[in-house]
Design a protein around this ligand. Structure first.
Ligand code: ADP
Ligand code: ZN
Ligand code: ZN
Length: 756
């Protein structure tokens, strides 16, 4: 079904034949009602309602008023006319679905579950219409002599404000009203009386809200050979009208952004528009400044701190052709451009590209689909590509480009691994190895900056051996088990529970313990070592307040502190030229997370963190402290060897059976009553198994077993065939529709990247 043509076609048919009926998708999250219902279009609304309109309708026996989207217009329906209800009205203030919205929404619903109306809400970027900003301008009507005489008269009457305004009108033909009130300090009554005198009139126009342009950077660089090859190759595909996908694997600073800029320029020259996706928090003003520098007013931004009015206006500007480029997170993908030619996804491995609420879509997959539909090109870039994209690149589905050197010169930091087990055995019980301590002393003396990094992401009490460094893993799932109530180990994939062993199963050591670490403890220790030093800490606690995140970073960047301590928040895309030492305190922390992506995340975090050192003129060091110096994620990160990591990690995914070797569907249960929730999960798992699914794990309590009073349980289903999982999902949705879901809800997550 091609809904794109349907809207315009139906509208004209609507006018000619006086069509009477509409199919309406109702706003519900219940699967059973997720189909179009027929309604009559009353005479007064005929010709106004078209495909995509947002309407109010009476629903059910009680005729409760609901909202919905019109998906089709018809001349006749099969139902008896007396059983059909009238559409109550059209919701003018809502943004209607248009063009490809239905097609994309249908794709999202089929891939990721949920209802069509939930999917439509995702693809319609601005929910509510906003009134435009009014601009008032005072425009001169009289000639100068007349104004001079009026000014003189006002002066005689001691009406000084009026006099000032007449004089201002002599020099300026047009004066913005904001200028009158703020700069001249003249009240609106005075303006009104000047208008009344016939000296000037007020012109009212409207304007879209525009995000403030912070900074402009306009440096021209000549592309190096590697960059030029990419730009030429993608450009020539664009010229030939070939819609393809590309992955630029390039170390930080290798000039990827410069390539994006050139390609964007190419698309704009071809009369097309560009969507530039960036992860939520990596919206660095340096990148923005470069786009503003090249495209000026023709580029705009979407971000999470914008008001609904600001968002709506950016969509209007895109629709009207006022801008060529939008920069923003995941949701910017749905910017209603008339003719998208290029979608760029920077840092494509970032988990924020996956939605965390139903439908849990992945922006990378949806972007690829949009490119197929529109013929646009899709360019992804990363220093540490996701396994998904790199696999697609090795299979030839995606064209791979490599940029191996820093474009602006400068060396990668020299990185070394420090074995914490040896520190311990030689009596060093502090957080800092002797080597890291020595390097810190050196930087403190030189007045250079240091970043200390604790990769706590998703940390949940894994048990590890202080002698051999091994983490206790689930024998069935190859993911770490977590410690509960001090003595029970549990696997969050399959639910396996075991007593905590007394000695290490690998080496027999009795030094088996949960790793404890917090940024606060790190801060305390650093203060003891360097009582005089300026120290900043960045973690969840210190960034709760609005603006705190930016404040800490800019204060560090201004040199107000010499040491920055933080979680993964501090490693993303910021450039601090004076940082010459990065210390990763316990690299194992993110490795021990009960998630099949733990090694991938660890590799990405460590490679990025090491990339923070030595961005400027001075050479840098990175020190990775760990109890598992032989882990391939840690070794490959230290060697900055992505390909070797990829091969090792793919081998693990294949033997243990995880994406991208196959597909994984997570069914997540949330409920106020733990027992009822786990019974619901158990019931569905049994039905899925009896329907022939072979690889069903769980149910098991989720990684974080309870959040905001809701207990969480998960089932995982594995299959090489995505469609088979889609069938299981929609079958499960039906099964759950018939259950009493009081106090419970269920979500589906295909190939999850955010473990719950
Ligand atoms: P990435 O996006 O891969 O991190 P950037 O495009 O931001 O890399 O480039 C890193 C730095 O190198 C920037 O300061 C940029 O201006 C500079 N740069 C990029 N390309 C070149 C080039 N061809 N010649 C010289 N400097 C370059
Ligand atoms: Zn051991
Ligand atoms: Zn398990």
């Amino acid at each position: 079904m091609d809904m794109r043509d349907a809207c315009s076609m139906d509208r004209s048919k609507d006018l000619e034949n006086n069509a009477k009926y509409a199919d309406v998708i109702i706003d519900v999250s219940i699967d059973k009602l997720d189909r179009p219902f027929s309604y009559r279009i009353p005479e007064r609304l005929s010709g106004i309602i078209c495909v995509g309109s947002r309407v109010r309708i009476p629903f059910g026996g009680g005729n409760v008023e609901k909202k919905g989207y019109v998906t089709a217009i018809r001349d006749s329906v099969e139902l008896d006319d007396s059983r059909i209800k009238d559409i109550t009205g059209i919701i003018e203030e809502s943004v209607s679905a248009q063009d490809m919205s239905f097609e994309i929404a249908a794709y999202i619903k089929n891939m990721y579950g949920g209802t069509l109306s939930q999917a439509l809400k995702v693809v319609i970027p601005a929910k509510a219409k906003a009134k435009p900003i009014e601009l008032k301008t005072l425009v001169r009507k009289m000639d100068k002599e007349q104004l001079i005489s009026l000014a003189g008269e006002a002066a005689r009457k001691k009406q000084h404000a009026k006099e000032k305004l007449y004089l201002a009108l002599i020099d300026n033909e047009r004066i913005p009203s904001s200028w009158i009130t703020s700069k001249l300090g003249i009240s609106s009554q005075t303006v009104a009386s000047v208008v009344k005198s016939g000296a000037a009139f007020l012109e009212i126009s409207s304007e879209y809200r525009k995000p403030a342009i912070s900074d402009i950077c306009n440096t021209q660089v000549a592309l190096n050979d590697g960059q030029e090859k990419i730009v030429n190759s993608v450009s020539s595909d664009m010229e030939e009208g070939l819609s393809r996908q590309y992955l630029i694997h390039g170390v930080t600073g290798s000039g990827k952004t410069e390539v994006y800029l050139r390609l964007a320029e190419k698309a704009v020259m071809m009369g097309k528009q560009v969507i530039f996706l960036i992860p939520e928090i990596a919206l660095t003003y340096q990148t923005l400044a470069r786009f503003y520098g090249k495209f000026g007013d023709r580029v705009s931004v979407l971000n999470s701190s914008m008001s609904p009015g600001e968002r709506f206006d950016q969509c209007e500007r895109a629709k009207n052709g006022d801008i060529d480029i939008i920069i923003g997170p995941r949701s910017a993908l749905f910017t209603p451009f008339p003719n998208v030619g290029l979608i760029i996804m920077d840092e494509e491995h970032e988990s924020s590209y996956k939605s965390e609420s139903t439908p849990k879509y992945h922006a990378r997959e949806v972007a690829a689909r949009i490119c197929e539909m529109t013929g646009a090109s899709f360019v992804m870039g990363s220093a540490t590509p996701s396994l998904e994209s790199y696999t697609a690149a090795t299979s030839g589905k995606v064209t791979l480009f490599e940029l191996t050197e820093r474009a602006g010169g400068g060396e990668l930091a020299s990185t070394e691994i420090i074995d914490l087990r040896k520190e311990l055995s030689s009596g060093n019980r502090s957080m800092f190895s002797r080597r890291l301590k020595a390097l810190m002393d050196d930087r403190m003396a030189k007045g250079e900056q240091i970043m200390l990094f604790l990769n706590r992401r998703g940390f949940s009490g894994q048990i590890s051996c202080r002698e051999c460094g091994k983490v206790i893993m689930c024998p069935h799932c190859e993911v770490p088990m977590s410690l509960h109530k001090g003595s029970v180990l549990i696997c969050h994939y399959c639910g396996e529970t075991r007593e905590k062993p007394a000695v290490c199963p690998s080496c027999g050591s009795k030094y088996l313990a949960a790793i404890k670490a917090g940024t606060e403890q790190v801060e305390e220790s650093v203060r003891k070592l360097y009582p005089e030093a300026g120290i900043l800490r960045m973690d969840k606690d210190t960034t709760k307040e609005k603006g705190a995140y930016d404040r800490i970073l800019s204060s560090f960047s201004n040199g107000e502190a010499q040491i920055l301590i933080g979680t993964q928040m501090i490693v993303k895309g910021h450039d601090f030229p004076n940082v010459t030492l990065v210390g990763i305190l316990v690299a194992d922390l993110s490795l021990g997370v009960p998630d099949y992506r733990a090694a991938e995340r660890t590799f990405q975090l460590l490679a990025q963190a090491a990339g923070r050192a030595g961005r400027g003129e001075k050479p840098g060091n990175a020190v990775i402290q760990t109890y598992q110096p032989d882990s391939y994620a840690i070794k490959c990160a230290a060697e900055q060897d992505y390909v070797k990591f990829y091969e090792e990690e793919m081998a693990y995914r294949e033997t243990a059976g995880y994406p991208p070797a196959l597909h994984l569907l997570a069914i997540q249960f949330f409920g106020l009553d733990d027992k009822k929730t786990s019974e619901l999960a158990r019931g569905l798992a049994d039905v899925i198994k009896s329907n022939g699914a072979k690889k069903v794990l769980g149910p098991a309590p989720a990684n974080i077993a309870k959040v905001k009073d809701y207990y969480r349980h998960v089932i995982y289903i594995k299959d090489t065939d995505e469609d088979a999982l889609a069938k299981i999902r929609s079958f499960s949705e039906e099964y759950l529709d018939d259950k009493d879901m009081n106090g419970m809800f269920v979500q589906f997550d295909l190939d999850p990247v955010n473990q719950i």
